[in-house]
Every structure is written in C-alpha cells, then in structure tokens.
Design a protein around this ligand. Structure first.
Ligand code: S3P
Length: 436
C-alpha cells in the first residue's frame, strides 16, 4: 500500500500469499441512514452507536439538520433529537444529498408524507441516477414530485401531505423503493402494501417495528400501518456486510489466506455473497451468531480454498447487489465460467458497474465480457498489475484493490478518494492485513 485515506491514488504491490488476520469494518451504511432518518421522526433522542462516518451518511445527517432536527455527533456516537412525526420544519434551502442515492430515495418517501415543500438535490453523479422509481409510487399516493427530464432525475421538488395508502407491486427489486413507499405509508390513510418478487434487505421493516410501528411481512409482501408516533431508538449499528465483503474476498483470492471480520450484520437480504463464496469452494464460518437491535449479527471468517465458477440469476442478485463487482474479481480466480445475469440494476449504481468493472478488470488481464444484464468471467487467470481507475465508484475502487493483491506486480488505482463514501479506513485495514 502506498497511500493514506485521503489520497487520490492507491498503490498496491501484488503477488501476496498467506494473509491472515482479524480486521475491523465500520458500521452499516443502510442502517446508519435509516437510524438517522427515523430517529429524526422519533419522540425524543435516538442514540446511534458505531454510526458510519462515511460521506453518504454524513449527507443524511445534514439533510435532517436542514429540517430543523438537532444532531450531536461525537466520536462514533450520534444523538438525534427527534421532533416527532409532525415536527420537521419547512426547509429554507435545498436538502443536499451529495452522492447518496439512499438519502435521496428514502427521504423522498418521508417528505412525501409531510405538508412541507422541499428540494432534494445531489452531486453530478447522483443527478444522473433514476428517481422515477420512487416518484411514480409516491405520486400514486398523492404527493406532488417534480424532477429533471419529466421528473425522472434529481433535483426533486416535493410537495407532500395527504397521502392515501396503495398496494405497490415493485417493477424492480429494490430495497430503496420498498423503503420509500413504506416510509410514506407511515403518514398515509390506510394500510400500505409493497409486493416484491425477490428478497431485498429489510432494515426499514425491522427498525420501524423496533420503534413501535405495526409492520407485517409475509412471503413477498410487506404492509405498514400508519403510526401516531415513533419511539426513539438506542442501537449499535453492526459492521457493514457490504464493506466486510471486500476483506473477506481477499481471503478467497489470495492463496493461503484467512480473514475474520467481527460483528457483521447478516440480514438475510445481505448475505448472498457468503452463500456464493461457499458454493464456489471457499470456507465460510459464522461464529458467535446473535441478534443486536433487531438485526442478526455474526463474526465472519473466510478461508482460501480452490474456487470453481458459478451461475447467478435474478433471484440471487438483490441479496448481493453491491458485492457483484468484487464477485467478478473472485471469479477471475475460479476454475471455469462464472455468469451473472438479471443484474441490469448494476447499470444505474454510482457508475454503470457492468461497464466499469469489465473495462478495469480487463486492464489487469481478466477474461470478462459484459452482458446487457450482467457479465461472464472465465477463470482462472493470473491477473497482472496495471494502472486502473475507480471512476469515482467506491465499490469498484475496493474491488480493484482486492484484484491487485492477487495480481502480479504493482497496481495503481486512480480516484481512491471515493473510498470514504462507504468505507473510511479501508486502506488502513488492508495495510494491517498485509502487515504494514
Ligand atoms: C440500499 C439498497 C440497494 C443498495 C444500496 C443501499 C439500501 O439499492 O445497492 O447500496 O440502503 O436500501 P437498491 O435498492 O437500488 O437496489
């Protein structure tokens, strides 16, 4: 490693073997966002320990501050002084979501329910990401939502209030869309239902339940009842599976390695990568399984093993959507063909992750082809060090770092500052693992 957390370039020496260690991963991004937003609506102070201090979650803190909510942030603890379901104040400026899609989409759901006029804005990257997926159902519920290009893109102007419940069949598998509709449902007349074709993360449902809201889930459907108030939370955010995945992937691709990450959230909507690693031949052990603040948690250990290719289809994709770029890296070290299909959603993430993953891994010698809705990798390949580019996509940057450790020679990753979008401290954790 030749870089610090703030540098723009990460330089990694490859050809590693026998990386053994226990590494720490910061708090879960999805849960940090939700605890902040819902805490801001609670009756009293919500305490969030192990809050993820990544730029995406800091955007959420600023957005709730813009609605009049006091937030006290010290060390890794955040106190959110909730104003109750009706206490948010009319914002006097636009609410800046930075590059965070979760902030914009979930806040759109909440703001749709309140009699406020608000503008949700994003940076250049977020301004290219589709928002009609939340605007369409929220308009059906009665909110007025305008946006760029006929309401499809940020900034979103929202005039909320007077919502009616709907039954929404999601055309895409998305926890963000499901959450936006359920959150709007807190304020609607009647019971709001969301029907989903595949399992997605259910952090919103679990947190609402912990705050006293009536939420009912059965196969493929979630219902939320409007609520008179939310009880505040006192929670410790588990480590983020989507960040742990990169460190665990190092164990899967670097011969002789064994990596342990403690206290990781193993929500059923997040653990697809663990099932896939196991099926591919890595040894995956969950130790000390427990439930913390309504979320399942475990210490996860992965050991290197000879890997074989695998086929992933649409039903598996949502539980590992953010891990697919690093799966492409893992697949380069597996015997045979790995095919991922039904993952067109990758095209509308921070970057078009099919195009960027394919182009950057090819520079390192990977045999990888893009499909309209996924990719195909042929392995195993001895990757070689190269000059690669993150395209300002944190998950691509970390995937390339994993590839670099397995590759021969030196890799330079340009645009590494984006690591702080989800995993501040990633470089330090990798450095610890490789013994620097
Ligand atoms: C998230 C859901 C997923 C995921 C994103 C976080 C969430 O997005 O990719 O990083 O917190 O609900 P989609 O709902 O768009 O799949």
């Amino acid at each position: 490693m030749g870089a610090t957390g703030t540098s723009k370039t990460m330089v990694i020496q490859g050809g590693r073997e026998n990386l053994v260690g226990r590494v720490e991963v910061p708090g879960d991004k999805s849960i940090s966002h939700r605890a902040t937003m819902l805490g801001a609506l609670g009756e009293g102070t919500t305490r969030i320990r192990n809050f993820l201090p990544a730029s995406d979650c800091l955007s959420t803190l600023e957005v709730v501050r813009g609605l009049g909510v006091e937030v006290v942030y010290s060390q890794d603890e955040v106190l959110v002084r909730g104003l109750g379901l009706k206490g948010w104040r009319q914002p006097t400026r636009s609410l800046e979501c930075g590059g965070s899609g979760t902030t914009m989409r979930l806040m759109a759901g909440l703001l749709a329910g309140l009699p406020l006029y608000s503008i949700l804005a994003g940076n250049t990257q977020l301004s290219r990401r589709p928002m009609d997926r939340v605007a369409v159902p929220l308009r059906q519920m009665g909110a007025t939502i305008l946006g760029d290009d006929d309401g499809k893109y940020p900034p979103l102007s929202i005039l909320g209030g007077d919502l009616r419940a709907i039954r929404y069949e999601m055309p895409i598998a998305s926890a963000q869309v499901k959450s936006a509709v359920l959150l709007a449902g807190l304020f609607a007349q009647g019971v709001t239902s969301v029907v989903e074709a595949a399992v997605t993360r259910d952090h919103t449902e679990r947190m609402l339940t912990a705050m006293g809201v009536r939420v009912e889930s059965e196969a493929g459907m979630v219902q939320v009842h409007p609520s008179p108030h939310l009880e505040p939370l006192d929670l410790r955010v588990p480590a983020d599976m989507s960040s742990a995945a990169f460190l665990l992937a190092i164990a899967a691709v670097v011969p002789g390695s064994r990596v342990m990450v403690p206290g990781v959230g193993i929500n059923p909507g997040r653990v697809g990568i663990l099932h896939v690693l196991r099926k591919m031949g890595a040894e995956v052990c969950l130790h000390n399984q427990r439930v913390d603040a309504g979320e399942p948690v475990a210490d996860i250990e992965v050991r290197y093993g000879t890997l074989r290719g695998i086929s992933i289809g649409a039903e598996d994709v949502p539980t590992m959507i953010d891990e697919l770029p690093v799966l492409a890296v893992i697949a380069t070290q597996a015997e045979g063909v790995t095919e991922v299909r039904g993952a067109a959603e990758l095209r509308v993430k921070e970057t078009d992750r099919i195009a960027t993953t394919v182009s950057e891994l090819r520079r390192m010698g990977a045999r990888i082809e893009a499909l309209e809705d996924g990719f195909v990798v042929e392995g195993p390949t001895r990757l070689h060090g190269a000059h690669v580019e993150s395209h300002d996509d944190h998950r691509l940057a970390m995937s390339l770092a994993v590839a670099a450790l397995a590759a021969s020679g030196e890799t330079t990753i340009e645009g590494a500052a984006c690591l702080s979008d989800s995993f501040p401290g990633f470089e330090e954790q990798v450095a610890q693992l490789i013994g620097y």
